[in-house]
Design a protein. Structure first.
Length: 494
């Protein structure tokens, strides 16, 4: 295993293979215009050069077995055997998720050296579609916080400014994707962990409806805040990876069985839709409730104006539920979930000392919760769901920023202040992402233009629960008039 630490900026010549969109890469592998070995070689050489800049891919496998697997993939294609659309794709799995033969450290010294004996369900499905797993992508310790630093591998840096954070918790995935080290990427999202790093690295992150991408959680009934999902550089790439990740599994009682893609259509065709007449509700900073760094709202509003070019109606709308009550419900349920997942580490004084302060803070509050407090939080969540459902009777989709700050200094663990307002917890600065998480609704983060300082940002489109395909269709329509989605990080040079 290896992990690069040198962060000297580079401007390498960009290999054509790594610059292809994932859909294009798949087509060219399958029509034999490029071999899987050539693809693997191009990606590994590119990773060697650019990963030291951002520290996105960790626990890398050695080159020789990867090339051997690529050659096997070539021999399969030679006899017209394809495992799926990802046949021969180099892929790295987020380090919160298991991949057979690789460590799953979750960024914690408590888990270093533990080699996983089986794939997670998501990794299993990606491997079955033809992916060759080359390593893991970096994440915060136990995925807590939207800044991907940890004591095992260090911090992942922003693809557009390596002095700043890549966000999190899928920060390694987003930075690797932006730097063309991966054709697509997997991630997970409890509190914006697919959406925040996508916004920070000028890529697309999609949090699917709850149950769309099943996972083998130990508590499948109680743990309903987080989900796995896809990231990509185009909407079609995101849709293709989501189709691979999604689908019913009999071991996951709340997994969705209905197909993602409408029957009878291929993905590219099914994404096309006349969105004229759709109503989008713009929530902005929730009428001033959210602290928002200067410059974010104008970028999002400029992006939203493009929907009017498509014939959509965009209207400012208020939050349909008291935001402080929503926050109280959210933090109670999050404390409960984190304490349940990490309580055993906290119970042992030796391992407790190795937990970061934010993890201990979450666990301690979770352990103090009463059954009544958890019940009240769930009732409040139900009330919020019904209020938002009523709003969706007036609007087809809702929109708001993907983050409340631009990418910040990589040495800062979390913003303590935004626009003169103090943040009272390590995650209050990400409050803008919790509505979709609480609803279990599909939400996509799409890039806006960069700030005057060249920093990326994004905005969320949120749909009704289970309307994942509708969100992707609207995002695809935006992509046709967006024009800003293919910007390269400065380190790659053009």
């Amino acid at each position: 295993m290896s992990n690069a630490s040198d962060r000297t900026p580079v401007r390498p010549p960009l290999n054509e293979i790594v610059s292809w969109e994932a859909t294009t890469l798949s087509q060219r592998i399958h029509d034999r215009s490029v071999s899987c070995r050539e693809v693997m070689t191009a990606y590994l050489e590119h990773i060697d050069v650019v990963n030291p800049v951002v520290n996105a891919i960790v626990s890398r496998r050695e080159r020789a077995p990867l090339l051997a697997e690529a050659e096997i993939a070539d021999r399969e294609l030679a006899v017209r055997q394809s495992r799926g659309w990802m046949h021969g794709f180099p892929q790295a799995i987020k380090d919160l998720s298991d991949a057979k033969g690789l460590p799953t450290t979750q960024g914690s010294p408590l888990l270093v050296g533990q080699i996983t004996g089986q794939d997670s369900l998501m990794a299993e499905r990606m491997r079955a579609a033809g992916a060759i797993i080359i390593g893991k992508t970096n994440t915060p310790e136990f995925g807590l916080g939207s800044q991907s630093y940890n004591p095992v591998f260090g911090a992942t840096r922003n693809a557009f400014d390596p002095s700043r954070t890549a966000g999190g918790s899928s920060g390694g995935a987003a930075a690797a994707l932006a730097m063309r080290m991966l054709p697509v990427a997997d991630g997970s999202d409890m509190m914006g962990s697919l959406r925040n790093p996508a916004a920070f690295n000028h890529v697309i992150g999609f949090r699917p409806s709850f149950g769309r991408v099943p996972g083998l959680a130990a508590d499948p009934f109680g743990q309903q805040l987080a989900t796995n999902g896809p990231m990509g550089r185009t909407v079609e790439d995101v849709a293709r990876l989501l189709e691979t990740q999604s689908g019913f599994d009999s071991r996951v009682p709340l997994s969705l069985g209905e197909p993602l893609v409408p029957a009878g259509g291929d993905i590219a065709t099914a994404l096309e839709r006349d969105v004229g007449g759709l109503k989008i509700g713009w929530m902005g900073d929730w009428r001033g409730y959210l602290a928002m760094e200067t410059g974010i709202l104008p970028l999002c509003e400029t992006a939203l104006a493009r929907f009017t070019e498509l014939g959509c109606e965009v209207e400012t709308v208020d939050l349909p539920f008291d935001p402080e009550t929503l926050w109280d419900s959210w933090t109670t349920l999050r404390h409960w979930a984190v304490a349940g997942n990490l309580g055993a580490h906290y119970a042992d004084p030796a391992s407790r000392a190795l937990l970061k302060p934010e993890a201990r803070w979450e666990i301690e509050r979770g352990l103090r919760l009463s059954a009544q407090a958890i019940h009240v939080a769930n009732v409040q969540r139900g009330d919020a769901y019904r209020a938002w459902s009523a709003l969706f009777e007036r609007f087809d989709y809702l929109a708001m920023p993907s983050a409340q700050v631009f990418p910040f200094d990589v040495e800062t663990h979390w913003p303590h202040e935004i626009a003169g307002r103090t943040m009272d917890s390590y995650h209050r600065w990400m409050e803008v992402v919790i509505p979709a998480s609480m609803l279990g609704a599909p939400a996509i983060s799409l890039p806006t233009r960069s700030s005057d300082a060249g920093l990326p940002m994004g905005f969320q489109l949120i749909g009704k629960p289970r309307d994942d395909w509708g969100v992707l269709q609207l995002a695809r329509a935006f992509e046709t008039v967006g024009g800003d989605l293919a910007i390269l990080p400065p380190a790659l040079g053009v």
